[in-house]
Structure formats: C-alpha cells, structure tokens
Design a protein around this ligand. Structure first.
Ligand SMILES: C[S@@+](CC[C@H](N)C(=O)[O-])C[C@H]1O[C@@H](n2cnc3c(N)ncnc32)[C@H](O)[C@@H]1O
Length: 311
C-alpha cells in the first residue's frame, strides 16, 4: 500500500473565528465531514467545554478521527452515517440545537492519496471511488460497465463540466463492447489520453482525466444530492443564532450553497454572513495546495439584521 497523505484542514482559523462569536461555554458543534478530525480537534481545543458530533460515511476516516480526538472522547460522538441524515439528530428529545455546523466537502487527502480507493488519476488502483465502501454501494467501475453512452456523457458533462463528455463516453462504451472496459484508474486515464487528440489535451490545461474523475466521484457518492439534503437537515438542527459553515471546492457545490443561503434568507430563516465567499489567505494556499480552490460560506440562522461585509 502506498503512503497515505495526512489531511491538512482548510481555513481552520476562519472556522474558529466564525464559531467564536457565538460559542457559549457549553456549545454543541456538528462536524458533518469529520475526515481526519483536523477541524474537530481545533474546535474541541478552542472551546474546552463544548461537545462535538461528527459524521463521516468512511469507516477509515472515522477510525482515524476517533484516534486523533481520543483525548477529548468524553465530548465527542461519532456518527457512522451520511450527513444526509443529519436532521435525525432532532429526534432526540433532549436536542437543543447546534451552535455551529461545518461541512468541509469532498474527499480528504487520505482518501485521495490511497491508490486502492481509486480517487486519483495520478495513481493506479481499482476504479472504486466510494467514500462508503459498505455492501450494496456502487463503484465507478460498475457505473462505467452499466451506463449508456448518453448517461455517461451526462455524468461527465453535469458533474465534471467536461467539454468532451460525449466523445469520452462513446470511447468507454466502445471499449466495453470489445470486452475491454476500464477497470482501473490507470486504464481509464489511458483511455482518455488515447481518445482526446494531443492538441485538445494541451488546451485542457489541467490533467485530461481530471474532470471525468471529479464527475465519477460525484456520481458514485451522490454528492450533490447529499449536499442538498444535508443543508436542509442542517438548518433544521441549528439553534437560533447558530451558524452553518460550508467549505466547497468546486463551482457545482458552491452554487448549491450560495443559492440555498439566498433562498433561506428570502424565506426569513436568517442571513448569509457575507455576500461573497471567504477564500484562504495566500500563506495557506502556499503551504497547503489542496486549499487553493476552497470557498467558505456561512449562514446565521435567525439573524435577520443587515448583512455585514466581513465576518
Ligand atoms: C475534506 S474531508 C474533511 C476533512 C476534515 N475537515 C479534517 O479536518 O480532517 C471530507 C470528509 O467528509 C466525508 N464525507 C463526504 N461526504 C459525506 C457525506 N455525504 N456524509 C458523510 N461524510 C461525508 C468524506 O468521507 C471525508 O472523510
């Protein structure tokens, strides 16, 4: 197994600052995407009497987070579920609402750099891409083996904004019809490289397989549907003046968050903390390249005062 990279949490200082304004001493925080527990640890250290409920659908992530947060275990509850079900927290008769909820979307570095998880076009591994590897979940390999050209093209276009979606989908189904469907990340990358003419690849700027990999990952994990449901659930379990913070890494996610916050404020549920998203400081993008595309938006429930320009 290749070395698995440690996940460095993104915009932690900003998250603590956003929580800081509202956290009473016994605040309840939800980390909807626990990952390696980096944000969670920072929150528990900064608010020593607060408790934290952490969701992650990835078993390995939960194990790592539990280990990392062990010094605070009496204040931590780890929920082995998709954050789609976050609203169920309110079914507990004692539930009094969360003071802060964080969604740090996408995959962690541990997932991305483990070739056997199949998330990366830089390594060779099985075409898996599932965050939740439990029985009954569908891999990227299965999607490529079962979807029609039009369905695959739709996935690549809608979730990857891939301009050459149809051409790539057609090549995949043609390979499949010859009994040569890609079953590994290396196989899929090679097929994309064979399919797109060199000048087209040069024009793409980034790696030619990047958008297809993003699209497959989103489809395999139903990421946009989960975000949709998770956000509504989050609003339901947030206390008055509690904050919902979302760090997104591509425009599809950010668009959903931006529109949802706008809709909520129009409906009188509160207000977005700022009109524009916060982005990481230059020092952070230099030290942590994964933070470069990050956008942070926050919504304050129940606050209908005039929107401030800054957090
Ligand atoms: C970017 S990482 C979070 C890293 C974390 N903030 C930290 O500081 O280590 C995203 C994590 O969220 C998990 N995840 C993504 N979507 C999820 C969902 N719908 N439900 C539960 N967990 C999810 C992934 O498995 C991954 O571990």
């Amino acid at each position: 197994m290749a070395a698995v990279g440690i996940h460095v949490p993104v915009m932690t200082r900003e998250i603590i600052a956003i929580y800081g304004r509202r956290a009473d001493s016994e605040a309840v925080f939800i980390d909807a995407t626990l990952g390696a527990g980096g944000h969670a640890l920072a929150v528990l250290e900064r608010f020593p009497r607060a408790s934290l409920i952490g969701f992650d659908q990835d078993e390995r992530a939960r194990e790592l987070a539990a280990e990392r947060l062990s010094a605070h275990s009496s204040r931590v509850r780890i929920v082995p579920e998709n954050f789609r079900g976050i609203a169920r927290l309110a079914e507990d008769a004692d539930w009094r609402g969360a003071d802060g909820i964080l969604f740090d979307l996408g995959v962690s570095n541990m997932q991305l750099t483990a070739p056997e998880r199949g998330f990366s076009f830089n390594d060779d591994g099985p075409l898996d891409m599932r965050m939740n590897q439990s029985e009954g979940t569908v891999t990227a390999e299965t999607l490529l083996a079962t979807k029609s050209v039009l369905e695959l093209a739709g996935i690549f276009r809608d979730y990857g904004e891939e301009r050459h979606a149809y051409r790539i989908a057609k090549a995949i189904v043609a390979a499949r019809d010859m009994g040569d469907a890609p079953t590994t990340t290396g196989g899929l990358t090679a097929l994309i490289r064979r399919t797109l003419p060199a000048p087209v690849q040069r024009k793409m700027g980034a790696h030619p397989a990047r958008r297809v990999f993003q699209a497959l990952r989103i489809a395999v994990n139903s990421e946009l549907e989960a975000l949709d449901e998770g956000l509504d659930g989050a609003l339901a379990v947030t206390a008055h003046m509690g904050v919902i913070a979302v760090i997104s890494y591509h425009s599809l996610e950010d668009r959903i968050v931006k529109r949802r916050f706008l809709k909520w404020s129009e409906e009188g549920f509160g207000r977005a903390a700022a009109k524009r998203p916060l982005v990481p400081a230059d020092e952070e993008t230099v030290c942590n390249r994964s933070s470069r595309s990050a956008k942070l938006r926050a919504f304050i429930k129940g606050d209908t005062t005039i929107r401030r320009k800054k957090y």
